[in-house]
Ligand binder design. Sequence first.
Ligand SMILES: [Zn+2]
Length: 494
Amino acid sequence: MTEQPADHSDHSASAPRTPSTPQTVRWTTPPTHGGERLDGRSVALVSADRVLTGKRGQAEGSLEVLGGANDAGARAAGRGGAILVRGREILAAGTAAELEGRLSELVPDVDPRKVVRLDLPGATLMPGLIETHDHLPTSGTDVEYPDYGPHEVARLTLNAARAARELLSEGVTSVQSLGARHYVDVALRDAVDAGELRGPRIVASGPQITTTGGHAHHAGGAADSVDEIRRQVRRHHLMGVDTIKTMATGGFTTGGSAPWFAQFTVEELRVMFDEAHRLGKWTAAHAHGVQGIERAVRAGVDYVAHASFVSEAGRTEFDPRLADEMANAGVYVDCTIVAGLPGFIASDSSYAPPARLLWEHGVRIVAGHDAGIPGSPQRAYVGGLQALEEVGLPRNEVLLAATSRAAAGIGRAGVAGVLAAGFEADFIAVAGDPRQDLSVLHNLRLVAARGREFRPDRVEGLPAREVPAKPIGPAVTLAEWRERSVRLARHPEV
Ligand SMILES: [Zn+2]
């Protein structure tokens, strides 16, 4: 605060003067520390037993391990893995000794004794996890289109803000929103980016572009001709989306819509994706049946959700020729392998998205769970990764599908998903080594989003208050008023 110049205007002579005018107005108490070890501003050297990361800028590739210190001696010798962070950016990754030795080169303006040092013995440092397919506003509800009456926009926005905290509490530091009514994901993205709310980095799509009466038409993004499609894409652009998401086939959750039929022609989809790409957008297509997958891929889509290969016969029928085409096109695919799916497949294998077969054909599988729809809560993210391993993806592939490849799969290659110089400081530490067992991802030791630590919420929240269904009518109204007056009478002094 700068000191205010003395006021020499006439009216000041008559104004009462306080003996000592404070130089700053203390409106508020100072921000509380909150227990965060990383404040998102300082220079910090974070070390653990090892650093695990996909390689820079590569969607494919193997996991890279930096450092390795399974005992105290190795740690003392600086052989653990470490990253150096300044504010929201990663400056370097390597072994702890290497980074200590390079401090004067990497941060010449900072006294090495002032560097925050955070050491996490027994832990693995890795990129923050990435959810590639989410519906933030309907999270926590048990119906796909909850009826909030006149409070719809406000409640959907609050749901989305809560979902964002829940994801961060699971160690998810980036999320692609693939369907949000009223563009609440765009507003939430901006609030998180501005630091007003904590949440993962959000890649926002707004409402899905569909056909009149088509899958998820309730979201408000219907278009029935190439002109209407162009207008929808441009309207989405005007509203500030990052991704254009379309419903290339019908879906299971919209009455009268069949997942095996395509909703748009390949020409219509090409207009949509070309227009989106012209505006610098990422593109994603919900597609179950072969017809819709094929059309979306041929029209140049970047990302395919579901790819369940479900046919008119009501079962998954894998098509190796189409899998090769998907691999050659380089599209990213989430098979929506949610936590409960392996159990479901064990009892009825008619719906079994072919994640393993697609991967064998060279398709880029990413971790997307359609989170926020009924039966797929945000807090089941890690359970979804375990399910992906259960349906046949090798563990290291699952880790790539959840980090570096996922970042590329949501159009954020070079920004997130890798621990290397120049990337944003989105990272987690987990107790143990996820290459040995994915369940260690449940045991978070640290979550940092854009360099600032986030203390996870208890995601189950407070127990919901039982609100018994009751009849309406004069008897109820009178009883309520009577109860209120009895309570008042009990506490006359308060
Ligand atoms: Zn979805």
